[in-house]
Design a protein around this ligand. Structure first.
Ligand SMILES: Nc1ncnc2c1ncn2[C@@H]1O[C@H](COP(=O)(O)OP(=O)(O)OP(=O)(O)O)[C@@H](O)[C@H]1O
Ligand SMILES: [Mg+2]
Length: 500
């Protein structure tokens, strides 16, 4: 038996205006964890769409156990046990967790009816792998992003598979769940299952992967063993040059208080939250997922009606009852959920970038100034290095990371006084991430007050001037400059005090 389970040979694929893959050949061995890495838009998801039967290549072939396969849809690949957990979530929101887990599988009781008893029980067993307390009967739209991610991964594991493709699986998981996922991946590997693992987090490659392949601009650059490589080398393959891991200087022109939050509560999400935010400051919000950070930010930005407390901008109480009103006053929120509430999926790149700033580029407030709109959009595409074949490209044709950049451009274009960034670099590649950090710092230098909600330690530690740590809906503590480190954040985030 050959040790190669799956191969792609000379695969090319074009979309209007872009050649996404150019003559890519990779062998995936039985029982290996194979990292697939590359910058945003490099072609990773496209290649996996082809391997899993979602898309057809223009040329080249996919081989399974040495034989060429000709998939006419994802079901064909599933029949061979090739299971793809997509980067963009694909669950059905209006039905239960258990129904989602076993969608497409007919589990009937002896009377021929859908057997809820059995699927709830089976669902429980699978969810237990993640030590998760998600209720199998809960509707998916009642779950947060992290819980949805667990369901996506569980669903793929629930099907017996030979090849499991995970496309940025940890981007919305908590550390505890990441560790459980790593354990599950190792078990799958022991069962000779091949895992193809797409990630922008270098440390994950070195924790669980055996080999790695790098794509750059649609071409395969290298396939090699992880042992013997280091992050710097992998990154230089990705970008085609050496990158200095520079730590930018923190913002240092901190001015007067611009936003004040007093005694804000929205039970059970959060209560008794008070803080001040100054011009030119980057204030980090740390905490475990589910600690109430996003709910708090959304409530401040008008999306939720709060139980009590007040928000004051430049000393005046803010009474916005939705994002739009809040934005008009100068408080912007960049959502962590780009698909559900961040982007207009049926509009172009340009329309999305300019969606929020329409009033500032409308002539006389009535007509859209299209020239100005395309100028604004072009500027951001250039500044944030958004990979798109044009201004009028539909947003859904962009790679995941580039869609994220469009969301950031959309918020920046409104020129707000205060910006809440909720997990802004999720799905963003290493180099683009540095770019976005630079952008945030330069916003602060221009006097804009920035709140950064992030679960990524290096990010929040690297650029925040001050950090509030939340635990179960309350501010557990505040860390000043020299107190900012991972140990202190973790202590407060898990409800303890800091030492010394
Ligand atoms: N359905 C589509 N229509 C048009 N262009 C597409 C489509 N899907 C992908 N592309 C283009 O193909 C290229 C590769 O995209 P792909 O999604 O494979 O990148 P990726 O490596 O997965 O990036 P990321 O890390 O951002 O997820 C990009 O330029 C993208 O804009
Ligand atoms: Mg992708």
């Amino acid at each position: 038996m050959s040790d190669i389970l799956l191969s792609v040979r000379n695969i090319s694929k074009s979309f209007p205006g872009t050649q996404a893959l150019k003559d890519v050949s990779i062998n995936f061995r039985r029982g290996e964890v194979h990292a697939l890495v590359g910058e945003n838009g490099a072609g990773k998801s496209t290649l996996m769409n082809i391997v899993s039967g979602v898309m057809r290549p223009d040329s080249g072939s996919v081989l399974f156990e040495g034989g060429a396969v000709n998939f006419s849809g994802a079901e064909d690949a599933l029949k061979l046990g090739i299971s793809y957990v997509h980067q963009e979530k694909v669950l059905c929101p209006h039905i239960s967790v258990a129904e989602n887990l076993f969608l497409g599988q007919t589990i009937k009781n002896r009377f021929g009816f859908f057997d809820y008893g059995t699927i709830y029980k089976k669902a429980r067993d699978i969810l237990d792998l993640f030590a998760s307390d998600i209720d199998p009967a809960a509707r998916v739209d009642s779950l947060n992003v992290s819980q949805r991610q667990i369901i996506e991964i569980s669903r793929a594991i629930a099907r017996d598979c030979n090849v499991l493709i995970l496309d940025e699986p940890t981007s919305s998981l908590m550390e505890k769940e990441v560790n459980l996922l790593f354990k599950i991946v190792k078990e799958l590997k022991n069962k000779s299952i091949t895992v193809i693992y797409i990630t922008h987090r270098m440390n994950e490659i070195f924790s669980i992967c055996d080999r790695f392949s790098v794509l750059r601009d649609g071409s395969l650059i290298v396939t090699d063993d992880v042992a013997g490589a280091d992050a710097k080398r992998v990154i230089s393959f990705m970008v085609g040059r050496d990158i200095e891991d520079s730590h930018p200087e923190k913002a240092d022109r901190i001015g007067e208080v611009v936003l004040e939050v007093k005694g804000l509560a929205l039970k059970p999400a959060f209560e008794d939250v008070s803080f001040k935010l100054r011009k030119g400051e980057i204030l980090g919000f740390a905490g475990l997922m589910g600690s109430g950070r996003s709910e708090l930010a959304k409530a401040i930005c008008g999306a939720y009606k709060r139980d009590s407390g007040g928000v004051f901008l430049d000393g005046h109480e803010v009474k916005a009852s939705n994002y739009h009103e809040s934005l008009a006053l100068g408080i912007a929120y960049l959502t962590e959920d780009r698909k559900e509430e961040g982007l207009f999926l049926n509009l172009s790149v340009q329309n999305n970038i300019c969606a929020a700033c329409v009033s500032s580029i409308s002539k006389g407030g009535v007509f859209l100034d299209l020239c100005k709109e395309s100028e604004t959009a072009s500027e951001y595409i250039h500044e944030l290095k958004i990979v798109t074949s044009g201004l009028n490209t539909p947003i859904t044709a962009l790679s995941g990371g580039n869609q994220q950049k469009v969301m950031i451009a959309k918020v920046l274009s409104t020129k707000p006084k205060v910006i809440f960034f909720d997990e802004p670099t999720r799905g963003i590649d290493v180099v683009a991430k540095m770019e976005i950090h630079k952008q945030m710092l330069s916003l602060a230098r221009e006097g804009i007050a920035v709140v950064l909600i992030s679960s990524e330690m290096p990010e929040i530690i690297g650029i925040s001037n001050r950090i509030l740590v939340m635990h179960e809906g309350r501010v557990r503590g505040e860390l000043q400059r020299d107190e900012i480190n991972e140990t202190n954040i973790m202590a407060l985030a898990s409800g303890h005090d800091i030492q010394g």
